[in-house]
Design a protein. Structure first.
Length: 527
């Protein structure tokens, strides 16, 4: 609202002063006919009073110059603006009786009072103007137009009084305006709070226009308020959010819960603070979860009835994921796990028995161990693993002995082999594989005990020794009887490097003679 013209500072104007000269009034002389003597006598009396009348007039003029003129000039110099009065105001001023100057001291006191009243009015005016500008910055003309007009009217009344040099009246007007402006400042907080409440309620009601208007009013009062700014932003999305919520409601009624969840999710993403979107999304998710839970339980029981234990366990596990701790799903999963464990144990036992039939004792042990991991107290597995482990170890020892027939020539090994064959022969109902192992090892042991003629060739100068057999001495050719196996022969000769020869004697002999002679002369050339 533009400031009244009276609030603008105007330069002080010097008013020219002029005074009419005071002259004695002209004396009209009377007619001398018939009254000569009386007229002469009266004229004489009037002539004596004329000097006194002139003197009195001069004294009045002097008093006016001393007392009245300074007050009139001071009033014109101190006026803040030229006063433009209407005809009615001019008549009112003219009708106001002027205080008669009685004395210099009284006049000085009145002047001081007038100045004090004028200064107080100006101080109030500054406060009023400051509040006026502050309220306009808060948009007071939008949220309290009537109250603001009332305050502005009081301000205008004070201005009129000030222009009329009625400083007490101006002060009263400014004081009334200040009170109203201060009340509007206090009202601004109330209007802000009410606007925020109205805006939030409108958001809950889905009324975007009302919410936007309320938050805009709040922002006029507090432009930097985060809550009002956020509310205004949300108000601009209300229509979209409500459309999505209505779509979700329609999908819910149609039983299309997945589509409903998607719509509610979009609404909440658009306005994360929307309580309606949040509540519906949670409700739809719960219902969708319940629906999925029921479907998982139905599928689990169907699979359980069909003996598809692994599939049933998967369905019941999914049901518990959807509703953690659900008693029905927990019990169904426990039963399924029990049956599944029993079935798996039975599968391991069956595999172990099949491995025993085929004399795959290592596999049988592995299957029994798997069954025992599921049930440590399983008697069939405990008994089975003991037998299977013994047969596995026996078969491994027989296989190792058969793989190294050359060791049988050693008497200690021969004794161990005899004991091993005795142990294998004590097995009740031996299988085909065990019988074959016993037969092969028995043949190898028998062959190892039959000596074979072996020819050794030397140079007649080398001392020949066959370990674990005998020291043969020097010769050029010698035939010895040896058991099948692995042997080591050494040769020694003075001045020559010793030699070592390893050879194997089979049941059929060596095939070729074994040469043992020292040929590398130490520090010289071979002989």
């Amino acid at each position: 609202m533009p400031r009244p013209e009276s609030f603008r500072a105007r330069p002080m104007e010097q008013q020219p002063h002029s005074f009419d000269r005071i002259a004695p009034a002209p004396v009209k002389l009377g007619n001398s006919q018939g009254h000569d003597a009386a007229a002469v006598k009266a004229g004489a009396r009037q002539t004596r009073w004329l000097p006194l009348l002139a003197l009195a007039t001069l004294i009045c003029v002097a008093l006016s110059v001393i007392f009245i003129l300074p007050r009139w000039q001071a009033g014109h110099r101190e006026s803040p603006t030229p006063v433009s009065l209407s005809a009615a105001e001019a008549r009112a001023v003219a009708a106001t009786p002027a205080a008669a100057p009685n004395a210099a001291t009284t006049d000085a006191a009145s002047e001081e009072d007038r100045k004090a009243a004028r200064s107080a009015a100006q101080d109030l005016l500054e406060q009023v103007r400051e509040l006026d500008q502050s309220l306009k910055g808060m948009g007071v003309e939008t949220w309290a137009p009537a109250d603001y007009r009332s305050a502005a009217d009081q301000l205008a009344a004070g201005e009129r009084a000030y222009q009329a040099l009625d400083y007490p009246g101006a002060r009263a007007g400014y004081q009334a305006a200040l009170a109203r402006f201060e009340a509007l400042v206090q009202k601004a907080d109330t209007v802000f709070t009410q606007s925020m409440m109205q805006g939030n309620q409108a958001l809950l009601d889905g009324n975007g226009n009302a919410a936007g208007a309320a938050f805009q009013t709040a922002l006029l009062i507090r432009p930097d308020d985060a809550g009002a700014g956020k509310g205004a932003e949300r108000a601009g999305k209300v229509d979209q959010v409500m459309d999505l919520i209505r779509t979700g409601d329609e999908r819910t009624r149609a039983g299309e819960l997945a589509a409903a969840v998607a719509a509610y999710q979009q609404a909440r993403d658009l306005d994360p603070d929307s309580a309606a979107a949040q509540e519906r999304l949670q409700s739809a998710r719960r219902e969708l979860g319940a629906q999925s839970y029921r479907a998982a339980m139905s599928a689990g029981f169907a699979a359980l009835g069909a003996g598809q234990l692994t599939a049933a366990r998967g369905h019941f596990t999914e049901a518990l994921r959807l509703q953690a701790g659900a008693p029905e799903a927990t019990d169904a999963l426990r039963q399924t796990e029990t049956r599944l464990t029993s079935a798996e144990i039975e599968q391991h036992l069956a595999a172990a028995r099949a491995a025993e039939q085929s004399e795959e004792w290592g596999t049988a042990v592995t299957e029994y161990e798997a069954a025992l991991k599921m049930d440590l107290n399983l008697l069939a597995a405990r008994e089975g693993i003991s037998t299977a482990a013994d047969r596995r170890d026996l078969g491994q020892q027989l296989a190792q002995a058969i793989a190294r027939p050359d060791r049988l020539a050693d008497d200690n090994v021969d004794e161990e082999t005899t004991a091993l064959l005795a142990r294998a022969g004590s097995v009740t109902s031996p299988g085909t594989k065990l019988k074959q192992q016993i037969a092969v090892l028995s043949t190898l042991q028998q062959e190892s005990r039959t000596r074979v003629a072996v020819t050794l060739v030397s140079d007649g100068a080398t001392e020949v020794t066959v370990y674990r057999v005998a020291r043969l001495g020097r010769f050029t050719s010698k035939e010895v009887l040896l058991r099948p196996g692995r042997y080591v022969a050494t040769g020694a000769r003075a001045g020559f490097r010793d030699v070592r020869v390893e050879f194997t004697v089979a049941a059929t002999g060596t095939g070729t003679p074994v040469q043992v002679k020292c040929t590398e002369q130490i520090g010289g050339v071979p002989n």
